[in-house]
Design a protein around this ligand. Sequence first.
Ligand code: PMP
Length: 399
Amino acid sequence: MKELFPALLNNKDSVYLDSAASSIKPKAVIDAINDYYLNYSCNIDRGVYKESISATNKCNESREMVAKYINAKKEEIVFTRGASNSLNMVAMMISETLNDGDEVITSELEHHSSFLPWLNVSKHKNIVLKFVELTSDAKITVENFKKVLTNKTKVVALTHVSNVLGYKTPIEEIIKLSHEVGAIVSIDGAQAIPHMKIDVKALDVDFYSFSLHKMCGPTGLGVLYGKKELLEKYNPVELGGEMNDEVSIDSVTYKAIPHKFETGTMPIASIFAVKPCIELLNSIGIDNIEKRSVYLRNLALKEMMKMDDIIVYNASEESSIIAFNIRGVHSHDAVSSLAEDNICIRAGHHCAEPLHKFLKLSSTLRASFYFYNDEEDVRKFIDGLNKTIEFFKEVGYIG
Ligand code: PMP
C-alpha cells in the first residue's frame, strides 16, 4: 500500500501517525494536480477556448463525484477552502436569520472550527449558546442532548467524530430530534468522512462540512454540503467575481446554487484531484479503510496498556486515534523526544481547548492511524515510546 504514497517512500525512516491532522497524498492525486498545471493552467467557467472548456468539464465531474460519494445532488456541493471555511460559512449565512433569544446548541467536544464561528455569532447577536453536557468521559449522548433542546433551538452545531478522542456523536437521533423542533443541523464531518460512509440523504442532515486533505485528497479544498432548499434560501457570505448574475451600481443578482457560494477563482488544481482521491477510497472501500486503521490502532493500544507510565484517555472507543500522555512528562517534551526517532505524532490541545479544559488536561498526545500504516509502524512507535519513557526516567521526570 505504501508504494501508492510518494511522501511515505521519500521518508522511509519516518513513522507517520498524524493522519488526523492530514492524510498522506497518493501519487494519483499529485498527478492530477500536475495535470492541471502542466496541461491547462487556465481559469474555468469563463473561457470559450478548448483548454478552459475541458478544465471546466473536469471540475464539474469532480463535483458530481463528491455528490455521488455522499449521496447528494451536484448543486448541493459547494467547494470551499476547507472544513473551517465551510463551518464559518454556515454560521454566517444562518446568523442573518436569527432573532433575539434564539438558541444554538453546541458542545465542549468541538474543534475550534466548529465552535468559534458560533461563539462569534453569540458576541454579535442576542442569541443563547447552549452546550450539551458531556459525560464524565467526554461523550455526547442523546439523553444529554434532549436536556438542552427546546422550542427555541434554531441551530444544532456538532462534531460527527471528535478529533481528539475519536468519539462518534449519535447524530442520526440528534438530527431527528432537532428537526422535530424545527432546528437546522450543521455537522462538522472533518474526522468522520475519512473513516466512514456518509449518506447525507439517509442522515437527513442540513449542512455537512469536511476537508479533502484528511481523506487522501489535496489541501486547500473543502466541501460544504447543504440541502438544496437551504442553499437557495440563504444569502452568500462572500461577494465578488463569479458568484453573481447581474451587477449594477445599486444592485446584484446571484447565480444559482452552488455557484452563488463560490466567489472568485476556485482552487482548480485541487478540484482536479478529487477524482483520483475518491477513486482510491472507493477501490479500497471505506469499511476496509476503517477496519485496517482500527486494527493497527488496537495493536498499538494493546502494547500501550501494558506500559505503567502511559495514560490512555480513549481506550474503550473503536477508533483510529489514541489520545494519551506519558505520566509526569509534558506532551511537548514527549513529542520532541519521539520526533528525534522520526515518530510523527501530535501534541497539544489539537484545536479543542474547551475539551481539554473539561478533561482538566493542559494537553494530550495524539497518535492517529490510517490504512497506509502497517505493523512495522506500530512496532517502531512502541519502541520509540519505550525509549522516550526510559529517557525521561533517566532525567528524573518519571519517578
Ligand atoms: N473539524 C475537525 C474535527 C477537525 O479535525 C479539523 C482539522 N483538524 C477541522 C474541523 C478543520 O479542518 P481544516 O483545517 O481542514 O479546515
